[in-house]
Design a protein around this ligand. Structure first.
Ligand code: PXP
Length: 242
């Protein structure tokens, strides 16, 4: 069955809004694992807007599935990853002003830098995945770097408005997946997947793991809100009892 990597970055986004300890990503990771997550994914961004260095270290010690660290090709972050040794790293492009990862890694244009990073991680037995657009030429370049996996960027599929645009984006993803399989690469996908659009991507032959964050954390806020309000009402009622 296709595995689910739960991206908990946005638990940290909520915490960072107040700068305290709540909600704690380590607790979120444990609950996600209890619910069946096959792995936990986090992105240590250079601007540290959500996940912090201490989260990476604590999650490395506490999670019982697999830790996948998304990261840019930045020496500072590479050094942290080599020290913490996550089970896998996913190399992504990163722009400071973007709201989220906007496009796939340009492996073709950064062949030497990507290959060097892959080699450093492979020497430590850390699995390497490259987050790339659904473009067979990028898949081909990815294979030449020695990476173990590609993660096909499903963001444009997720954003596509209307059935025909979505079908066209899905076809691009399927073609990229065929290219990855033919080259013997492991196959993951992610970005913009939600409760309505995940099915066709999960059904692609050879798909191994989906990394999903925003829609899961967003849904957790909604399905958990009723209970959270009820518990606060009960505490207040208890305190007001004569
Ligand atoms: N995969 C990669 C490489 C990502 O950068 C992200 C976003 O951090 C995701 C998957 C998850 O995307 P989303 O939050 O839209 O589910």
């Amino acid at each position: 069955m296709v595995k689910l990597g739960v991206n908990i970055d946005h638990v940290a986004t909520v915490r960072q809004a107040r700068g305290g300890h709540d909600p704690e990503p380590v607790a979120a990771a444990a609950l996600a694992e209890l619910a069946g997550a096959d792995g936990i994914t986090i992105h240590l961004r250079e601007d540290r807007r959500h996940i912090q260095d201490r989260d990476v270290r604590l999650l490395r010690q506490t999670i019982s599935t697999r830790l996948n660290l998304e990261m840019a090709l930045a020496e500072e972050i590479i050094a942290i990853a080599l020290e913490v040794e996550p089970d896998s790293v996913t190399l992504v492009p990163e722009k400071r002003r973007e709201l989220t990862t906007e496009g796939g890694l340009d492996v073709i244009g950064n062949m030497d830098a990507v290959s060097r990073a892959v080699e450093r991680f492979r020497q430590r037995d850390i699995i390497v995945s490259l987050f790339i657009d659904p473009d067979p030429a990028q898949v081909d370049a990815g294979a030449r770097t020695g990476a173990d996996f590609v993660e096909i960027h499903t963001g444009r599929y997720g954003d596509a408005g209307g059935a025909s645009a979505r079908a066209a984006e899905l076809e691009l993803i399927e073609d990229a997946c065929i290219a990855a399989r033919n080259l013997g690469l492991g196959l993951n996908a992610g970005h913009g997947l939600n409760y309505l659009n995940v099915g066709p991507v999960a059904a692609i032959a050879g798909m191994q793991e989906l990394n999903i964050g925003h829609s899961i954390v967003g849904r957790a806020v909604l399905v958990g809100l009723e209970r959270a309000v009820r518990e606060m009402k009960e505490l207040i009622a208890e305190a007001c009892r004569p």
